[in-house]
Design a protein around this ligand. Structure first.
Ligand SMILES: *[C@@H]1O[C@H](CO)[C@@H](O)[C@H](O)[C@H]1NC(C)=O
Ligand SMILES: *[C@@H]1O[C@H](CO)[C@@H](O)[C@H](O)[C@H]1NC(C)=O
Ligand SMILES: *[C@@H]1O[C@H](CO)[C@@H](O)[C@H](O)[C@H]1NC(C)=O
Ligand SMILES: *[C@@H]1O[C@H](CO)[C@@H](O)[C@H](O)[C@H]1NC(C)=O
Ligand SMILES: *[C@@H]1O[C@H](CO)[C@@H](O)[C@H](O)[C@H]1NC(C)=O
Ligand SMILES: *[C@@H]1O[C@H](CO)[C@@H](O)[C@H](O)[C@H]1NC(C)=O
Ligand SMILES: *[C@@H]1O[C@H](CO)[C@@H](O)[C@H](O)[C@H]1NC(C)=O
Ligand SMILES: *[C@@H]1O[C@H](CO)[C@@H](O)[C@H](O)[C@H]1NC(C)=O
Ligand SMILES: CC(=O)N[C@H]1CO[C@H](CO)[C@@H](O)[C@@H]1O
Length: 540
């Protein structure tokens, strides 16, 4: 629809006495959820009944991005082919061909998940602008096979927050500073910052993020979202810009447990290009995650609380909500078990990530078919970054790479393996996996602000769901770069942590909690949302 037609439509609906609120919630005369709350089921139903098309959806999302991105900087680039892909998927649907459960659903990717199309894959760095990969990352290919439309690439903390000791969450040289939508100048957390913001305010149905330690969980909680940090190896990392092959994992950031489960279903699975996926149990067979969603999943479940590994003096508002969540979970029929870790505070170092990065980045770069700045190693990358003005060096330093290079070895060295084995103990027998096994638990729970570390070092899965909000009277706290890190009405989450490859169980538990509490639905709305709705394109 042209801009003029849209204006006329808006004007005529005003003339007909249709209020803005009604306009927002109807499509072709029938009620329809706002794009802020819409689910895959809502969209699939409307698409299959012919009420609107994927082209309408893409137009709506592109307009929403164009409206808020100048302020929030959540999206680095949009897919120039998105409308053509949508038209093709609409034609297939009309012809009775459905590719999969995500047919015609627009999804954004973090700008470190490569696609072999017109889009860039930069990790937010000019070093990789214009670089080309030989084919789609396995995850992008799987999304396309399931029928999804890859709508664009989201901003992030540059290099997935693996460059600088004094940068800010959500900043990249390419995309600028991402801000959260729940408060002006909100720190979006990271490193999947733009994915969190975009999903939180409906700039796409959902987004994929990646996590090495906290990078899906933390921005998900800041966006009032459900985030799945899958077991390392459940989702392929092939052609995803790496930090660490031992810790990296890619997962969905969505507004409901069910949407997140449906997207995980589409992207999980074995891949000969990523040998960690050969650890998927049952011969690589992926459980039915949607079937695992039961409102009574907490009934009879054994849920552990690692009291000695949670700081009960930190963030009192979140701790109070966590205690209330424990009661809710108990009231839903679960047994709460005190499940302390044998090592209360592990003494982790940066050696595992540093040594992995030296090896894994080189291996990613060796796959490029076009490498415009001839970057082949962390040393090359550091030299480029320090001499390219837009990279904002030295105001944002390269301290993380400096330390990695100072190791003088990579992940083939015995010194790497010694540290890696310590991590296996701290997170395994000494940490979360041991606590789960000894106490025969279905899962552990922790406030999401404190949940990432132990799961990260052993590659175990975590699902975060909305748990609560700061009160309207909460004083504003800012970071040294002026981002609002705590403030009025900012959301936070509850994490379910599990043994490896128990995502089906974690999703069931998270779903039961979500359906009982409906925190996202009942809580405060973002301060900034787009006014553009599907009816603007499909007709009200
Ligand atoms: C419609 O579907 C049939 C069978 O899948 C296929 O052979 C045909 O090419 C399709 N036509 C269009 C226009 O996509
Ligand atoms: C990718 O980067 C190149 C080089 O700057 C640019 O010309 C192109 O427009 C970018 N692609 C998209 C889809 O933004
Ligand atoms: C994958 O390969 C790496 C290096 O060759 C090895 O360390 C790792 O154990 C393998 N992982 C699996 C699940 O086979
Ligand atoms: C777990 O740790 C907490 C806090 O350190 C302590 O109060 C509690 O007694 C411990 N519980 C068990 C079962 O050891
Ligand atoms: C717990 O949190 C408080 C408040 O943020 C902090 O001062 C304290 O150092 C933390 N304790 C530990 C053991 O990390
Ligand atoms: C923690 O690890 C560092 C580096 O490996 C080591 O120097 C230090 O002694 C360790 N501290 C403790 C308390 O184990
Ligand atoms: C890793 O270290 C080994 C042994 O020193 C060396 O042969 C190899 O080239 C290194 N690889 C990278 C990517 O640095
Ligand atoms: C960041 O650290 C570098 C030194 O590593 C320093 O030169 C620079 O001023 C710092 N930036 C800020 C904003 O403090
Ligand atoms: C799609 C989009 O809005 N991209 C913007 C991302 O941020 C950079 C830097 O602020 C802009 O130049 C792009 O236009």
């Amino acid at each position: 629809m042209t801009r003029l037609a849209r204006l006329l439509l808006v004007a005529s609906s005003l003339w007909l006495g249709i209020t803005d609120a009604q306009r927002r919630t109807t499509v072709k005369g029938q009620c329809f959820p706002s794009m802020l709350d819409v689910t895959i089921d809502d969209l699939s139903k409307g698409l299959s009944s012919g009420r609107f098309t994927s082209v309408d959806l893409v137009n709506t999302y592109l307009a929403r991005i164009a409206e808020v991105n100048p302020i929030l900087h959540a999206v680095n680039e949009v897919n120039p082919d998105a409308l053509a892909i949508a038209a093709d998927l609409d034609a297939k649907r009309a012809n009775g061909t459905l590719l999969g459960p995500l047919h015609g659903i627009p999804i954004l990717l973090k700008d470190n998940i490569a696609t072999a199309d017109k889009m860039n894959n930069t990790a937010g760095s000019y070093a990789l602008l214009g670089a080309k990969v030989p084919r789609d990352s396995t995850l992008a290919a799987k999304l396309r096979q399931a029928g999804a439309i890859i709508l664009g690439k989201t901003n992030l903390s540059q290099w997935a927050n693996y460059r600088s000791s004094n940068s800010s969450n959500g900043w990249t040289a390419i995309g600028g500073q991402t801000y959260g939508a729940y408060y002006p100048n909100e720190d979006p957390s990271g490193s999947s910052s733009g994915s969190g913001v975009a999903s939180s305010i409906g700039l796409a149905l959902a987004a994929l993020g990646s996590e090495t330690s906290g990078s899906i969980l933390s921005p998900s909680q800041k966006g009032n979202l459900v985030g799945i940090k899958p077991t390392v190896g459940l989702t392929s990392r092939y052609l995803v810009i790496p930090i660490s092959s031992h810790q990296d994992t890619v997962g969905p950031m969505a507004r409901t447990v069910k949407d997140a489960a449906m997207i995980l279903q589409a992207i999980a699975g074995a891949d000969s290009h990523d040998n960690y996926t050969s650890a998927i149990p049952n011969g690589g067979k992926i459980p039915d995650y949607v079937a695992a969603l039961k409102v009574d999943a907490l009934k009879g479940a054994r849920i552990g609380v690692p009291y000695n590994a949670i700081n009960f003096s930190s963030a009192p508002v979140e701790i109070a909500a966590f205690r209330a969540a424990i009661s809710t979970i108990e009231s839903l029929g679960a047994t709460i078990v005190s499940a302390n870790f044998t090592v209360a505070s592990p003494n982790t170092t940066s050696i595992v990530l540093g040594a992995d990065f030296i090896s894994d980045l080189a291996s990613y770069l060796s796959e490029l078919t076009v490498n415009p700045n001839n970057i082949h190693s962390v040393a090359d990358l550091r030299a480029f970054t320090q001499s390219f003005p837009a990279e904002d060096y030295p105001d944002r330093n390269t301290a993380v790479w400096d330390s990695a290079l100072a190791l003088g070895y990579n992940n083939t060295d015995i010194r790497f393996w010694t540290e890696y084995q310590k991590n296996q103990y701290w997170g395994g027998e000494g940490g979360m996996l041991g606590a789960i096994e000894r106490n025969h638990l279905d899962a552990l729970i922790m406030p999401t602000s404190q949940s990432p570390g132990r799961a990260a070092i052993v590659g175990a899965p975590v699902v975060t769901v909305p748990m609560g909000f700061y009160p309207a009277t909460q004083p504003v706290v800012k970071t040294s770069r002026g981002l609002v890190s705590t403030g009025p009405k900012l959301p936070f989450g509850l994490s379910f942590l599990g043994a490896k490859f128990t995502e089906d169980k974690l999703l069931g538990l998270a779903y039961a909690f979500e359906q009982k509490t409906l925190v996202r639905k009942k809580g405060p709305k973002p301060y900034l949302v787009s006014n553009i709705e599907l009816g603007d394109y499909a007709g009200f």
